[in-house]
Design a protein. Structure first.
Length: 195
């Protein structure tokens, strides 16, 4: 399965149009949040994402509110609101958790993590996060790690195939591994990832 993952476009319609061209090779689109700047022009941006013509899983970043993004996604047939939700395709469970980006621990994620464990059972897992997990190249800022330890602990235990994250613009395009799990910040240019 070919995924097109992106994050942090922050209202840049030019980036979305370039991503639309790349999406021709993808089976599924993953947006790890911050498609807007504080929800400005959110409807227009989501309309453009919907026009890719492929299922697009989206979570809020720290620039979108959960309620508003959920409501807006309901108007589009190709958009799947994934925050604290699941999507299944070809024996892979996609789980999403957005927002935030500024904490070392996240109790709400830790509660959701139990639901992920139950939902995935023996299936493969792809995790869509806005903030990066702690202790890898995607969260390294000026030689300090700024990611989330709750996410990292979960990744070590559950071993997802892939984690897509963003939030830290300095790390757009950066990838690393936690164990065997690929962790990638695809940035606004996006990355095609085969799983």
């Amino acid at each position: 399965m070919m995924l097109l993952a992106f994050v942090d476009t922050h209202g840049d319609m030019h980036s979305l149009r370039k991503l639309k061209k790349k999406s021709a090779k993808a089976d599924l689109i993953l947006c790890a949040g911050d498609i807007s700047i504080f929800e400005n022009h959110l409807k227009i941006l989501l309309h453009e994402l919907n026009s890719f013509g492929k299922p697009a899983l989206i979570i809020p970043g720290n620039h979108e509110g959960e309620a508003r993004l959920r409501t807006e996604c309901e108007h589009y047939k190709n958009l799947v609101y994934l925050h604290k939700e699941f999507y299944e395709k070809e024996n892979i469970v996609f789980a999403g958790f957005g927002g935030g980006g500024f904490s070392l621990r996240d109790e709400k994620f830790e509660k959701f993590a139990e639901k992920i464990r139950q939902k995935r059972a023996s299936k493969h897992l792809v995790l869509l996060l806005h903030a990066p997990p702690y202790g890898n190249k995607t969260d390294l800022i000026m030689d300090e790690h700024a990611g989330n330890k709750s996410y990292r602990d979960f990744i070590i235990r559950e071993k997802p195939l892939l984690v897509v994250c963003g939030h830290l613009h300095e790390n757009h395009g950066v990838k690393d591994k936690i164990g065997k799990t690929l962790v990638i910040n695809p940035g606004p240019e996006g990355k095609l990832i085969e799983i």
